[in-house]
Write a protein that binds this ligand. Sequence first.
Ligand code: 8Y4
Length: 290
Amino acid sequence: MTTVPSRPGRMSALLAGRPWPLVMGIVNITPDSFFDGGRHASTAAAVGHARRLIEEGADLIDLGGESTRPGAGPVPPEEEMARVLPVLEALRNAGVPLSVDTRRPTLMRAALAAGAAMINDVSALREPGAIEAVAGTDASVCLMHMQGEPRTMQQAPRYGDVVAEVEPVVRRVADVVLEARGAACVAAGSGRERILVDPGFGFGKRFEDNLALARALPRLARLAPVLVGLSRKSMIGVMTGRTAAADRLAGSVAAALWAARQGAAIVRVHDVAATRDALAVWRQFEGEGR
Ligand code: 8Y4
């Protein structure tokens, strides 16, 4: 049995003992909106957007080159790499830890070699080789729960008790990751501090499933630090009657505050400045002033 020494990881100090969540800014790298500019234009746009979110006060940035929105089809692996890696390179000295949103072990390895501090995997290391790609590194890993696949997951989501089903999935995957790093780490309870869990709002879930999971955040937060992604999602649209995602700012900010109150460790958001302001006001009313 080989024992992999456990390092706390670069994210640990950031996450430890915080009474309010870190704000993770979302940067999607997709060529769709840059129909005439090609690769260089989409890289520059993503880097520019990330720099703006950092100026707005993002504690970390999540870079994604694959659309995991409901109904989205797969992006070829080389294409995903070509989208993400140049942006990661350009931002490595931007002053905040970088997370890479990917399901692919090849990109996980390349991203970690290029300095990424975290892997955000919406399939919770389901791909063969994904566990090995992160094991033995000092990266944090977010394990998100998803029922099905992005292309079809919203067609007919079904659960008995959604909280009861999500909780053990998250717990089991966390254990598998630790096993891959050596049984000694599990026995020592080390390595666990680098794992985050995420109920995966909107990923194969109906409105009532999302609501049940939101109400169970304190329970999930006892397993591991919880990452919450509600920003502009359809659940917020249903609650506010806003059909356009761009009109969901206020609802999304309220959701981030609610998640903070329930013990979220990281909130993943599009609107960093607004979320930061809301958290600053909330935490000073709470008496965590700074
Ligand atoms: C409008 C805007 C409507 C965005 C829907 C969306 C999560 C995530 C996504 C999440 C973690 C999204 C990559 C879906 N959501 N990663 N990724 N947690 N860890 N949809 O909730 O933002 S993409």
